[in-house]
Design a protein around this ligand. Structure first.
Ligand SMILES: [Zn+2]
Length: 400
């Protein structure tokens, strides 16, 4: 399968010949194929506090619930890739993000605050967001993985980079942690491409079931980063740490007016609802924007049984989203595409869903089914919501 070439050695002075060293990572990989996974065990060391979601354990329940953001999420994705996509996958190490990279999108004082907080043992920063002594290193590494994947998206024309990182990033704002996120990995990566002249325009497409409020806030007044967020129609969950409304009224400001494209979707949107949103809104907007790279905030928590979302997307639906991302990047961004892991909290479905995304991206079929594909979507409600979003954004973008 041939993909459009988008080698930018004349812009960056780099070439595919300067590959980072390949590791014999958890996949035992070695042969260069089409999927390059940027992975580091630091992702497993971050431990968020347990209890009853956003409150410490009470005496009401007999069993303490671990925090939804558990290391097993990532371990299961690693496991299913080793099992089902070993031949297609190269595992690659990378460096943590540098202070310069982080401070393009985060206040220096905030970065220092997270370092100090983790160094002193961590704990809860917000009701739902906390960590341990390893959280700063894990977050720094996660941002570095996103940067490495984004660089690779520009440099390589025959593979898809995927940053399998944890903690996630898309809720982290310039000066605050939120929603299990500390540093905004995809924003750090997008800002890196822009600041180093690897790209003039970057499109971030976020299909995590939660709103990309952090990514939105960081790029709200800029037109060199487009932020398209498909998310369950939820409000701010905390006035202090999550002041964004996440709705159709938030469209950017100043130079950024129009470049925040929110698409609130109803619970149970389902596979067909997401396809409708991509066809009616995501693809025409990205096509019109004509970016140099597409970065996908790939949260698989719209999955059928995800405890924090349940937008009823099956593995098959995620395959379609992966294929859409690859096609949109090929047609409108010179083939430059990178995936950055965000949420996904059902410990086994996140692995099947992510496998689906990657099968779609790679145009391969493993034959693995979805053990949880038993929740029907509500396509009618979804189409109504997408039509409302199209009407809201249609004055700025060429939508029907
Ligand atoms: Zn999420």
């Amino acid at each position: 399968m041939a993909y459009p070439c988008h080698v930018t050695s004349e812009r960056t002075g780099r070439s595919a010949a300067s590959d980072p060293p390949e590791s014999r990572g958890p996949g035992g990989g070695g042969t260069v194929t089409e999927l390059r996974v940027f992975y580091d065990d630091a992702a497993l060391a971050h431990v968020a506090p347990g209890g009853e979601f956003d409150v410490p354990a009470s005496r009401r329940l007999a069993v303490e619930e671990p925090h939804p953001d558990r290391r097993e999420r990532v371990e299961n994705v690693v496991g299913i890739l080793r099992s089902e996509l070993a031949a297609e996958t190269t595992w690659t190490g990378f460096d943590p993000a540098t202070p310069t990279q982080l401070q393009r999108v985060h206040e220096p004082s905030y970065v220092a605050e997270i370092r100090t907080w983790a160094g002193e043992g961590g704990g809860r920063l917000t009701p739902d967001t906390g960590g341990n002594t390893e959280t700063y290193r894990a977050a720094l590494t996660a941002a570095g993985g996103a940067v490495a994947a984004a660089e690779r998206a520009i440099e390589a024309d025959d593979e898809v980079p995927y940053a399998l990182v944890r903690p996630s990033g898309h809720h982290a704002q310039s000066d605050r942690a939120d929603g299990f996120c500390f540093f905004n990995n995809v924003a750090v990566a997008a800002a890196h491409l822009l600041a180093t002249d690897r790209a003039d325009r970057v499109a971030v497409v976020d299909w995590d079931v939660h709103h990309a409020n952090g990514t939105q806030e960081i790029f709200y007044d800029r037109d060199d980063a487009l932020v398209v967020s498909l998310h369950q129609d939820h409000d701010s969950w905390d006035e202090e740490t999550h002041p964004q409304a996440c709705d159709l009224t938030e469209r950017g400001t100043g130079d950024g007016t129009g470049y925040t494209v929110n698409v609130p979707l109803p619970p149970g949107t389902g596979d067909d609802g997401y396809q409708y949103a991509v066809a009616e809104l995501v693809e025409p907007v990205v096509a019109s924007y004509d970016p140099d790279a597409v970065l996908v905030s790939a949260g698989q928590d719209p999955g059928t049984v995800d405890p924090l979302g349940r937008n009823a997307v099956t593995k098959s639906g995620f395959e379609s989203l992966g294929a859409d991302a690859r096609r949109i990047a090929a047609d409108h961004a010179g083939g430059s595409l990178a995936l950055v892991q965000e949420g996904g909290y059902h410990l086994s479905h996140v692995a099947y869903a992510t496998l689906g995304v990657l099968e779609g991206v790679l145009d391969v079929e493993t034959g693995v089914g979805d053990p949880y594909a038993n929740v029907p979507g509500d396509t009618r409600s979804a189409k109504r919501a997408v039509d409302e979003a199209v009407a809201a954004h249609g004055d700025f973008w060429p939508l029907r």
